[in-house]
Design a protein around this ligand. Structure first.
Ligand SMILES: *Cc1c(COP(=O)(O)O)cnc(C)c1O
Length: 368
């Protein structure tokens, strides 16, 4: 039987890209030109924000946002996330202060975030885990109360909706990823969305070395431009996004209904007013299940079903962060999530038959 991968990018037929690629090649403009502008316009409309700035990656977008907001000292961040969330801070000489997550939502716990604030805190960097909006309003209230910036690593979240509003316009800025494991695919790429025009101006300069146009650099920037080739692919995949999100939600609804009947397994809670992009569908393997998370993963693999323990290890326990004295962080929920969560296959062109095979395999492994 054919293997079911954890994720597979949903790509347009290459023929669809040819006319625009031909234009780019004919004009000789192959980076940060007409198609990048066109993509930025389209993304801006989609997200309903005043600025959308295409970047070479989400990681670089985060680095630039933090730099251009002038963040320093400490920034509060979850540990149950992808490593790049925290890496972006360290590239800016900022200390990541890891706080715990909530078990049901898998999201940063706002009350824990507030407790971690000190005189050195300059911002909260939250994440919309698995493409599900986090508790934005509580975080904004806390940020306002303490005079902090609030930014979102929205790598997973393009197309997700919080109480009727698309992600992208919340906090000081949101940063999306367009890499192949995400829904909106440019090959590699990122996008900064913000309603702060001055921040947007700086990011545009910052992605171009810090050069405002006269080579008299305003600050130390990066080369974080998006190429035209990447923008051409993004322009195609953004048109398919809504269809892909609804297909993922259809499969997720099927998964939820079936998993409700399997003892010991649970899944991320999504507020009933929200729409998740379902970048990932992650299950939690609890004590009531007869196998550990890792044994379940290897049984599934033997049945041709690929899974990933997103996110393991938690960031504060990774070798790169040993210098922060990981023992000083008390993060029981993040550690629980990290040890128990397992992302199961979900991609936009997954067939009903494939989703049924995933469920059947979970059901078989739940029986003695
Ligand atoms: C993928 C991912 C990133 C990094 O995105 P790139 O575009 O690869 O730089 C950052 N944060 C989270 C939560 C991610 O999943």
């Amino acid at each position: 039987m054919e293997k079911i991968p954890i994720i597979r990018p949903t790509l347009p037929p290459v023929d669809k890209l040819m006319p625009k690629l031909q234009d780019a090649f004919t004009s000789g403009q192959i980076t940060n030109a007409r198609f990048v502008r066109e993509f930025e316009e389209k993304a801006k409309e989609y997200l309903g924000v005043s600025n959308a700035i295409a970047i070479s990656s989400c990681t670089n977008g985060l680095i630039l946002v933090e730099k251009c907001l002038g963040l320093k000292g400490e920034v509060i961040v979850p540990s149950f996330t992808f490593c790049a969330t925290a890496h972006s801070l360290v590239w800016n000489q900022i200390k990541p202060v890891f706080v715990d997550s909530e078990r049901a939502s898998c999201q940063i716990d706002p009350s824990r975030a507030e407790l971690a604030i000190t005189d050195n805190t300059s911002a909260i960097l939250a994440v919309h885990i698995f493409g599900t909006p986090c508790d934005i309003e509580s975080l904004q209230t806390i940020a306002d109360r303490h005079g902090l910036k609030l930014i979102f690593d929205s790598a997973h979240g393009f197309g997700a909706v919080r109480r009727g509003r698309p992600l992208g316009g919340f906090g000081d800025a949101e940063v999306f990823s367009l890499s192949p494991t995400k829904l909106l695919v440019a090959g590699e790429g990122g996008l900064v969305a913000t309603n702060d025009d001055e921040l947007a101006r700086k990011i545009r300069i910052g992605r171009d070395y810090g050069n405002p146009g006269d080579y008299n650099c305003e600050f130390i920037g990066l080369n974080a431009r998006m190429s035209e080739l990447h923008a051409i692919l993004a322009l195609e995949t953004i048109d398919e996004l809504d269809r892909n999100i609804s297909r993922r939600n259809e499969i997720a609804a099927f998964y939820r209904e079936k998993i409700d009947n399997i003892e010991g397994l649970s899944y991320q809670k999504v507020d009933s007013d929200d729409t998740s992009s379902y970048k990932d569908f992650s299950i939690l393997v609890g004590d009531g299940f007869r196998l550990s998370r890792d044994s379940l993963a290897s049984k599934l693999l033997n049945m041709g079903i690929e899974t990933r323990p997103y996110f393991y290890p938690p960031v504060h326990k990774q070798n790169a962060y040993a210098y922060l004295d990981p023992g000083s962080f008390y993060l029981p929920e993040a550690e629980y999530l990290s040890e128990r969560s397992l992302s199961i296959p979900l991609y936009s062109h997954m067939s009903d038959g494939e989703a049924e095979r995933v469920i059947l395999a979970l059901e078989i492994n739940s029986l003695g």
